[in-house]
Design a protein around this ligand. Structure first.
Ligand SMILES: [Zn+2]
Length: 419
């Protein structure tokens, strides 16, 4: 009897060690496959290595649009560089509807700075390939480039004050008093107070500490606690700030004027890092109004929308695309987010890997690094997560954006309420 029990326990132990060994190995090797697409040099040409190159190209494209159509406005909002030796701007190009102002389409990039390289590439593809006399006849186009230029230039998601702009945007100061009740529970895991050392136990056990928390609380609860946004931990990740960040405050009056010159508007905010690698996810906070839902369904048609019913979904507070809509006095606004997936973050391993890279980068920024090698490894992984260097990935981003934005321009008039 005892011998039998002993054997069963031993077998169980071997099984547990085996499964966790395989999981640990898969986690260490984790790298989702690229989309199966042949790299296209003309698509790759839209991607620049840094903020300065992307900005210069955006300004050149803007000048070409200004030469082509009437009353094009170009303006720039300076952003403090905080000791970083470079001029930083949010740049904007506005092409008004040339025949009648029926609707306004806003395309914004770099709300999360490090994601700006991709957003900027998609914007310039749009300017170059999809804008023509027909597109701009009844549709005004506003391009907002690098809403967080400091993060773009520094390859950080957050602003110089560690603010996540996509948790910061609101017309009401009550946002900054929001309490994320789940955040204190995850704080010890996601905001370690020591310098980054890739050899220490906290780092090596991150997978198992995360798995333990998932077992105890469930993935949806944890995902929501981490990603929703928080306003009490200024050095933590997903900090939404204590007031509207200056560049958004500066932009607000201009946005208001432009939005209210049209009976309808749509804003698309361009992001990377969430979802299946190489896939363009249309990602939305669930709309309160039925006509917004209908409008978005008309525009996107059969293209799948992540509405918030899926198990991997979370809601955020203070997102930029909803804030833009809230600057309208009346009429219809359709807010949307494009997310280009990089690490299969909807899978459990992908979610933990994405979180760990985000945690390490912020930990190093806040507390420093044990060695230059640690700093280099973490910054490299962070950049790859938000701005993959893979030619296949980049080509896929341009191709799927071209197809979907072309469809969107065609269908936007059908989503317009009569009158
Ligand atoms: Zn983002």
């Amino acid at each position: 009897m005892w011998r039998w029990l002993w054997r069963a326990l031993l077998a169980l132990l071997v099984l547990v060690l085996g499964v966790s060994g395989v999981m640990g190995w898969r986690y260490a090797q984790y790298a989702p496959a690229d989309p199966a697409v042949a790299p296209d040099p003309s698509a790759l040409a839209y991607f620049h290595p840094d903020y300065a190159g992307a900005r210069a190209d955006f300004l050149t494209q803007g000048a070409q649009l200004a030469a082509r159509w009437r009353d094009v406005e170009r303006f720039a909002v300076p952003v403090a560089s905080n000791g970083f030796g470079q001029d930083l701007f949010v740049d904007a190009v506005y092409v008004p509807a040339q025949r009648s102002p029926r609707r306004l389409l806003i395309l914004s990039s770099g709300v999360h700075g490090v994601e700006g390289g991709t957003g900027s590439a998609v914007q310039r593809m749009f300017m170059r390939e999809l804008m023509n006399d027909e597109t701009v006849a009844d549709t005004g186009i506003l391009l907002l480039h690098a809403l967080n230029p400091w993060g773009f230039a520094q390859s950080r998601r957050f602003t110089a004050r560690n603010v996540d702009l996509n948790r910061n945007a609101s017309t009401s100061a009550s946002l900054y008093r929001t309490v994320n009740a789940g955040y204190p529970m995850v704080d010890p895991l996601i905001n370690p107070p020591a310098p980054v050392n890739l050899n220490d136990w906290q780092h090596k056990l991150f997978l198992w500490r995360s798995v333990g928390m998932i077992a105890a609380h469930g993935m949806p609860v944890l995902r929501q606690a981490v990603l929703q946004g928080q306003y009490q931990y200024p050095r933590g990740i997903y900090f939404g700030g204590q007031a509207l960040e200056p560049q958004l405050a500066d932009l607000a009056p201009r946005l208001k004027t432009l939005l209210n010159a049209y009976p309808m508007s749509m804003s698309i905010d361009l992001h990377t890092g969430y979802g299946a690698r190489g896939r363009l996810h249309v990602f939305l906070n669930p709309p309160g109004e039925e006509r917004v839902r209908q409008g978005l369904e008309t525009v996107f048609g059969e293209y799948p929308i992540d509405w918030g019913s899926g198990a991997d979904f979370y809601t955020v507070t203070g997102d930029v695309t909803s804030w833009i809509g809230s600057l309208r006095s009346n009429g219809l606004h359709l807010p949307a987010v494009f997310e280009y997936g990089t690490l299969d973050s909807q899978s459990t391993l992908g979610a933990i890997k994405s979180l760990q890279i985000t945690v390490l980068e912020n930990q190093g920024f806040q507390n420093g690094w044990a060695t230059p090698g640690d700093e280099e490894a973490v910054k490299q992984a962070y950049r790859e997560m938000f701005y993959p260097s893979s030619p296949a990935w980049r080509t896929q981003v341009i191709q799927s954006s071209r197809t979907l934005l072309r469809q969107l321009l065609r269908r936007l008039p059908e989503a317009q309420p009569p009158g």
